[in-house]
Write a new protein. Structure first.
Length: 88
């Protein structure tokens, strides 16, 4: 009788491990994939913020209709590229 009880407990431990392990594995993979997806989002958000900040600071003296602005679209794009590629 005691031997049968021990054999039954060993089988239930395996079933319990499987029942807990599968949801844990699913949760772990889900968190990993969400993290991989959020990193580029935050990197581009930061680069956009820095490019807009650069444009508002350096383009404050520009007026419409004149060609006296020292800040160009190329300068803003360069700031965006640098901030998007250096955050790794």
């Amino acid at each position: 009788m005691h031997r049968q009880l021990r054999k039954w407990r060993r089988g239930s431990a395996l079933i319990e491990f499987i029942l807990v392990g599968i949801p844990f594995l699913f949760l772990w993979i889900s968190i990993e994939e969400i993290s991989r997806g959020m990193f580029p989002y935050h990197t581009l958000q930061f680069a956009s913020k820095m490019a807009a900040s650069y444009a508002s600071e350096h383009g404050a003296t520009c007026s419409s209709g004149t060609n006296t602005c020292s800040t160009t679209v190329g300068n803003v794009v360069t700031v965006f590229k640098n901030d998007a590629t250096t955050r790794r």
